[in-house]
Design a protein. Sequence first.
Length: 413
Amino acid sequence: MKKMFFPLLFAGLVSSCQNHTAKYLTVDVVNTLDANRSNETVEVPWSLVQERIGEVNPQELAVFNEIGQRLQVQALYKGQPQPQSVIFQVEVPAQGSATYEIMMEFDKQIAAEVGRLLGHYKKTAARLVPERMDDFAWENNRIAYRIYGPALMKVDGPSNGIDVWCKRTEDLVVDKWYAADLSGKASYHQDHGEGLDGYKVGRTLGCGALAPYVNGQLALGNNFVTSKIVDSGPIRTSFELTYAPLDVAGTPVVEVRRISLDANSQLNCISAMFINAGDMEVAAGIVLKNNKIPATVATADPAYKPLLAPDKGYVTYAEQADALSTDTTNNGVIHTAIIFPPSVMSNAKLEGNHLLATGSYKANEPFTYYSGAGWSKAITQEGALRFPTEALWQEYVAFEAQKLSNPLELKFK
């Protein structure tokens, strides 16, 4: 890539890099698939950034693409006191490559102003919601989720499944929806133009939570007891939930669940550790529905048939979104999926009130997989429906599974 001065995305801001001999790290991103890769996150080790650029404050990093656009960049700490890596999102053509440069912005005033402006475009967020019985909620610019905390268990009983909030806006809405609902101004169970909570979890795994699956039995945990933010936007938000000991075949096992959600993705990356557990089978599950409530295999709504593709590493399901009893609105269809990395899914089946994807957990090692949802009423920035049909959702899931098998290749110069 020819060395050049890259203008900022924002008019009126001029980089001072042209007045210095800048140290930089060139990253060539290679796509081996026959399809374009868009808004995909790449990660560069912080040690390499320091090696090429020198000691740098994460807030002073700049990333530019080939046509001189300045991109959002985020330092990941992964729960450590110092940065562990740097991430940004790329666009790479089919069977092609794209080049990016990481450098330091020498002008601290410009770096601060750029950081402020880019901060307005934060696309991920997560927080504990103590004002709503200890919910933990997280979202990006496409979708939102929540998991139930200890206070709610005393009222509604245990539930460690994942809830889905459907969105038709790129804005972050969790704080707004909670405030409106708790004040009595507007229920988040009703679509007021931005989306709604139209998903029922109950005593199930909801949209893709994981559980030990020993001797043919799911060991469903209770609500989480502690939460911790690991990284917070604008590109990726990560957090960790810890659960009380759970009896698994006579052994008290503690689950530590780390969840990450990237901007522009429908899918959570979930990494679970089961402390004090040996090797065992685990299952990620999606609750089956009928009349918008959890149902068994025998009574699930026949209009929505699960897709089981364990040989390809994924399963999908669709259901009619919930509506309040006083609301006659058709709230569309919620599409859900679980994706396992290559060769990790051992089986997929319908059992009890779940669509299950099973795999083998190795003692003292995290079990990592993906789960998430889409909505038939969600719209793109161009105003088109994102997943109006189940076929389009399945196409999205199949491509995400294909990308896991064919990760982008990074070459550093």
